[in-house]
Each structure stands twice: as structure tokens, then as C-alpha cells.
Write a protein that binds this ligand. Structure first.
Ligand SMILES: [Zn+2]
Length: 395
């Protein structure tokens, strides 16, 4: 028994076991969709690579073609399982003008057929070379394919002979409008081809996130949607390996309780250098200091010209003089607050104040006051815009 266990250990023990890129416990043992012979081969490959501690991306784009193929097929399957769920009937079955942004190959072929036939026959109709019988057939055809009227305006169909190919490739492009000018726009992709098209751009950009992949695709293709790219990136084994999806943490991990007004003041600075304005004394004010009472949420704002201890201390002193001293003085770890000077000053004016600083680069310790800062910024922007609209100085 123990010998057996030891044999299986090297496969299972590393956290980033290449056998479970999707992190589904059920599929740990053997890859299911592949036939039996392939599975055993893959198992061997996995074990040998696992001992050399190669990471998944290396394996994916490494030298081993069978493994590349395997992950690509898994990725492809996962993508198609999720990308086009609301799949219904084909255009021909339903007989409707279809609005799905990405159509199946079959539907696209149907569109190509209708548009091509319509265009060529319409040309003969115009120059009068159609026989009466053919003319009748053409009218019948138009009646049965009413959607073709729209498709003719939407789609531009080209036949291209690619170098090395014997058959012509059909490229469907969408007619697009820019500055009221109609032009032959981006390429239309079928559902079946969408995986490969996204894959090109996703790999080219070095597995950047969904957004830049989408932007790249969007330049070239008309109908690759954000949802499709998101599905693609969510199922990409390399991306999963690189940035595993973690449930987001919300708020401070240890909740801070305050029982009374002035139990705890949280202090932070907002950078307003972009919107710097002089105050009544003519001194340009670059920063806004927010002081929030943690219990009531009451927030006071002060403008200060520079991020310096003197200014912060001066405004704080004025404020404390007005409302009284807090029990705990909570700041982030920025220079201006940790500065000895300020702490000294606070200790001097009231030795009973406890000073607390959040950990460096951990804004969530400051969650409460950071939240207020967002609100402050938004409100200030609103007020500024309002005053500008009224033709006043927005200070
Ligand atoms: Zn990726």
C-alpha cells in the first residue's frame, strides 16, 4: 500500500500539478475526453515533466507537440462549452433575420449564397439579359429570402486566392459607417473560427488580459464580442496558471470598531495638484486633507498648499481645537504623517492620543477613509462642473 502511495505522490503533490489546470477535482485522475491510448501517453509525459518542475506555460508552448495539442483541445472545448450557450436554430430553420452578433459557419454560408445569387442575378436583370422564366424565379427567390435585402447592404463578400491554396477563400466584411461615409469594414468571423482568431491575438499579446485582447481583436474583426474574449481568457490554461482566480477580499480584514464620537480619527491626503487653485490669501492649494471620525463618519476637509508636516499639523491643531482631541489618531504610512515632527506635535499637545499607522502600501487598513476620499473627489468634481456651467470660477 505505502509503495503504491509513494508512486503516485510525485504527480499529486505539487500545487501547480499540470493535470488540473481547470482546478476541478473530478478531472484530476485522467483527462476524460481523449481516447484510452492517448491518455496513457499523456500520463507518462506529465510524470516526466512534473519531476523536472516545468511550469504549465513552458509545457504549453514548449517542445512537446502532443501536450500542446492536448491543452489547446481542452481550452477549445471549455471555450465552446461557455461561449455560445443561447444557441438556437439556424437562420434557414427559423426563417428569421437573425441578430446574433456571431453566426455559425452554416448561417454565414447561407448569407453568402443568398447575397451572391442576389447580386449576380440583379446585374443580369438590370441589363435585361434574363429570360422571363428566370425573372420569375428571381422574384420568387427574393420573396423567399427577404432578409437578403438587408444582408446585401451589411456584408461585402470577397473571394481571395491565398498563396499556396487551390481554392478561393471567402472573406466576409461588414459595411461600416464613419463620418456618414460607408466603407468596407472589418472582417466577420464565424462562431467556429472565433476561437482561433482570438487565440492569435491573445498569444501574440503575451496573454495580456481580456481587455487588451479584445481591443486587438476589435481592430480587425467586426463581431468578436467582449463576452467571447472574456470566456476565452477565463478558460485559457496559461492565464489560469499565471493569475489564478481568487475570491476578492472586501474591506478591512480585521474590522475596526468605534463606540463613540472622537474614538478614532482617520486622516488622509487627496492629491489635487491637477486642480490646484489659490485660496483667499493667494496661496496655491495642492492637497486636500480629509479627517474622518470613524464612529459618525463626519468628515472635515482642509486645503493645504504642500504635502508637508507643518501644514498638516497646523490644520489638525485648528481642527482639534475646534472639536476636541481623538483617542486614536489613525493615519496611513505616508511620509508626512509618520514624520516624527507630527507625532511629536500630537504628543505635545495631548499625550493621551494614541497614534496608529496602517501598514505600508495596504490601503485597506485605511479602507474607511479611502472610501470617503472617493466620495469627496466625486462631489468636488460635480461642484466644479456645476460652477463652471454657471460661468463662475470653479474654486
Ligand atoms: Zn492566456
Amino acid at each position: 500500500m505505502t509503495a503504491n502511495n509513494n508512486d503516485t505522490l510525485p504527480i499529486k503533490s505539487p500545487r501547480k500539478s499540470i493535470k488540473s489546470p481547470r482546478k476541478s477535482p473530478g478531472k484530476r485522475k485522467t483527462p476524460q475526453p481523449s481516447p484510452q491510448t492517448e491518455t496513457t501517453d499523456l500520463a507518462k509525459v506529465c510524470v516526466s515533466h512534473d519531476t523536472s518542475k516545468a511550469t504549465l506555460p513552458e509545457l504549453l508552448y514548449g517542445d512537446d507537440p502532443s501536450l500542446q495539442e492536448y491543452y489547446l483541445s481542452r481550452h477549445r472545448k471549455a471555450y465552446f462549452d461557455h461561449a455560445f450557450i443561447e444557441e438556437t436554430k439556424t437562420i434557414q430553420e427559423s426563417g428569421k433575420l437573425d441578430n446574433r452578433s456571431t453566426k455559425t459557419k452554416q448561417d454565414l454560408q447561407h448569407i453568402v449564397d443568398v447575397v451572391t445569387h442576389w447580386n449576380t442575378t440583379a446585374k443580369y436583370e438590370k441589363d435585361g439579359s434574363l429570360l422571363p422564366k428566370e425573372l420569375k424565379e428571381f422574384r420568387e427567390f427574393k420573396k423567399n429570402n427577404k432578409a437578403g435585402f438587408k444582408w446585401r447592404q451589411y456584408y461585402n463578400i470577397e473571394k481571395i486566392l491565398l498563396p499556396g491554396d487551390n481554392e478561393e477563400t471567402i472573406v466576409i466584411r461588414r459595411m461600416e459607417v464613419k463620418n456618414k461615409q460607408k466603407y468596407v469594414g472589418r472582417i466577420i468571423v464565424s462562431q467556429e473560427d472565433s476561437f482561433d482568431r482570438i487565440q492569435e491575438h491573445h498569444r501574440m499579446s503575451g496573454h495580456l488580459g481580456a481587455e487588451s485582447t479584445y481591443n486587438n481583436c476589435n481592430l480587425k474583426y467586426f463581431n468578436i464580442t467582449q463576452a467571447m474574449v472574456q470566456t476565452f481568457c477565463k478558460t485559457c490554461p496559461t492565464c489560469l496558471e499565471k493569475n489564478p482566480i481568487l475570491p476578492p477580499h472586501v474591506g478591512a480584514q480585521k474590522v475596526i470598531y468605534s463606540h463613540q464620537w472622537r474614538d478614532r480619527f482617520q486622516v488622509d491626503l487627496i492629491d489635487m495638484r491637477k486642480f490646484a487653485r489659490p485660496n483667499v490669501y493667494g496661496v496655491v492649494q495642492n492637497w486636500i486633507m480629509t479627517v474622518k471620525d470613524h464612529f459618525s463618519g463626519f468628515t472635515a476637509l482642509f486645503s493645504i498648499p504642500q504635502k508637508k508636516t507643518e501644514f498638516v499639523a497646523h490644520e489638525l491643531e485648528k481642527y482639534f481645537g475646534l472639536v476636541g482631541y481623538p483617542t486614536i489618531f489613525h493615519t496611513d504610512n505616508g511620509n508626512e504623517f509618520v514624520a516624527r515632527q507630527l507625532l511629536d506635535m500630537i504628543a505635545e499637545i495631548n499625550p493621551a492620543i494614541i497614534t496608529v499607522t496602517g501598514r505600508p502600501r495596504t490601503p485597506r487598513d485605511q479602507g474607511s477613509v479611502e472610501r470617503v476620499n472617493q466620495t469627496v473627489k466625486r462631489i468636488l468634481a460635480d461642484v466644479g462642473a456645476e460652477r463652471r456651467n454657471e460661468g463662475k470660477d470653479d474654486n
